[in-house]
Design a protein around this ligand. Structure first.
Ligand code: GTP
Length: 371
C-alpha cells in the first residue's frame, strides 16, 4: 500500500538519521510505543434536531487523525536513529466547524527505516509491515476517521447515524521494528574464518579485519561486481560458535540476518582441525535457530587455502559432504576467487542448484525398509 497524501509530505515530522555515521553503531531491534491520531469530531453545532440538517447552518466533518507511516530509506543501515524515540504519536484530527469547514487532518508521522525492516505488534507477534524498497511507504497505523458534521446529512443518502459520532480513535500499542539485512549471499563461519577479509577482497567494503575472534560485531554489506556489469550483494555476518542458538558468543541475535539471504556461503579456514565437523556445527546452529534455513542454497569455501598444498586439498575434499559444492580460496593470493564468484552467481540464478537434505521421516522410512 502506498501513501497517497503527497501534499502533506513536507510538513510531516520525520524520524530519520544521518546515514553514514550510523554504520558503526548497528542497531537492528527497536521497541517503540506508537499511536496514530484520533479523528476530529464532526461539527453538529446549531442543529435543532439530531438528523434534521436542514434546520441549522452546515457543520463540517472532523479531520482524519494522523497516520504513522513507515518509509524505506536506502541510505539507512540501522535503526539507531530511532533508539531515543520511545513514543511515536501522530497528531489528532481537528474538529469540524460551522460554515461546512472540515477540520484539518492530523499531521502524519513518517518513520524512515532501512530496507529489510519488519514491523510487528509486540503482543500478537504479527508482522504488520515490511519495507523492502527505497521510498516505499506503508501506512502502518492509520489515523482515525473524522466524525461527520451535519452538512454531510443534507444528502438523503447520507443518513447513517453512526457517522454523526465524534471522530474514530486511532490505533495504539507497543510495536517492534526489526531489521533483517537484505543480501544475496550471507557469509557463515566461525570467528576468524576470514569472512571480513573475503568481503574486503571482492567488494569495495572495508570491514574491520584482525586476527582475533569476534572482530565483526555487526553485519557489513558489500557489492560484488560480476561479469557484464552484473553484481550481487554479500553480507559479512558476525562469527557463529557452537551454542550460538542458546546465546553463546554473540548469540542468535545476528542469525536473523541469515534468513533473508537466498544463498549461504560457509567459510571454513584451511587450518581448521576438522573441516567436516566445523561445517556440521555451523549447520546445527542454523537448524536449531530456524530449521527453514536448511532449505537455502549452500556453498562451501575453504578459506586461507594459500596455506595448503595439493595433497592437503585432496584430503580435505574427501572429507567434505558431496552434496555441497566447495572451492578452495585465498583472499591474500586471490586463488579461487573467480571460480567462487562464478559458483555464487550460478547458485543465485539457478534454482535447480538447490542443495537437498534428506528429510528425517524419509531417513526413518529407509531405515525401516532396510530392517
Ligand atoms: N593466510 C591467510 N590469512 C587470511 C586469509 N583471509 C583472512 N586471513 C587472516 O585471518 C584472520 C581473520 O580474518 P577476518 O577476515 O577478520 O575473519 P572473520 O571471519 O571476519 O572474523 P570475525 O570478525 O571474528 O568473525 C586475519 O588475521 C586475516 O588476516 C587468507 O586468505 N589467507
Amino acid at each position: 500500500m502506498r501513501f497517497a497524501f503527497k501534499k502533506y509530505r513536507r510538513k510531516q515530522p520525520r524520524l530519520s538519521g544521518n546515514n553514514i555515521m550510523e554504520r558503526g553503531n548497528f542497531v537492528d531491534y527497536i521497541r517503540i510505543y506508537s499511536k496514530s491520531g484520533k479523528g476530529g469530531a464532526g461539527s453538529m453545532h446549531f442543529m435543532r434536531t439530531k438528523f434534521n440538517a436542514q434546520a441549522g447552518p452546515d457543520g463540517g466533518d472532523g479531520g482524519r487523525g494522523g497516520h504513522v507511516i513507515l518509509r524505506g530509506n536506502a541510505q539507512l543501515w540501522t535503526l539507531l536513529h530511532l533508539r531515543w524515540y520511545k513514543n511515536v504519536i501522530a497528531e489528532n484530527g481537528e474538529n469540524g466547524s460551522g460554515d461546512n469547514c472540515t477540520g484539518r487532518f492530523g499531521k502524519d508521522v513518517i518513520i524512515e527505516v532501512p530496507l529489510g525492516t519488519i514491523a510487528r505488534d509486540e503482543e500478537t507477534g504479527e508482522v504488520e509491515a515490511e519495507i523492502l524498497e527505497d521510498g516505499q511507504e506503508i501506512i502502518w497505523m492509520p489515523g482515525g476517521q473524522g466524525g461527520r458534521g451535519n452538512a454531510y446529512f443534507k444528502s438523503p443518502t447520507n443518513q447513517t447515524p453512526e457517522y454523526a459520532q465524534p471522530g474514530m480513535p486511532g490505533l495504539e500499542g507497543w510495536k517492534l521494528l526489526e531489521l533483517k539485512v537484505l543480501a544475496d549471499v550471507g557469509l557463515v563461519g566461525f570467528p576468524n574464518a576470514g569472512k571480513s577479509t573475503l568481503l574486503s577482497s571482492i567488494t569495495a567494503a572495508k570491514p574491520k579485519i584482525a586476527n582475533y575472534a569476534f572482530t565483526t560485531l555487526t553485519p557489513n554489506l558489500g557489492m560484488v561486481p560480476y561479469r557484464d556489469e552484473k553484481s550481487f550483494i554479500m553480507a559479512d555476518l558476525p562469527g557463529i560458535i557452537e551454542g550460538a542458538h542458546e546465546g553463546k558468543g554473540l548469540g542468535h541475535r545476528f542469525l536473523r540476518h541469515i534468513e533473508r539471504n537466498p544463498v549461504l556461503l560457509f567459510l571454513i579456514p584451511a587450518d581448521s582441525a576438522d573441516h567436516k565437523k566445523e561445517f556440521d556445527i555451523l549447520l546445527n546452529e542454523l537448524e536449531q535457530y530456524n530449521p527453514e534455513l536448511l532449505d537455502k542454497q549452500f556453498l562451501l569455501a575453504i578459506s586461507k587455502s594459500d596455506m595448503l598444498d595439493d595433497e592437503l586439498k585432496e584430503a580435505i575434499s574427501a572429507e567434505l559432504p558431496e552434496n555441497v559444492p566447495h572451492v578452495f580460496i585465498s583472499s591474500v593470493t586471490n586463488q579461487g576467487l573467480t571460480e567462487l564468484k562464478d559458483m555464487l552467481w550460478s547458485a543465485l540464478t539457478d534454482v535447480s542448484n538447490r542443495t537437498s537434505w534428506p528429510d528425517e521421516e524419509e531417513e526413518e522410512d529407509e531405515e525401516e525398509n532396510e530392517a
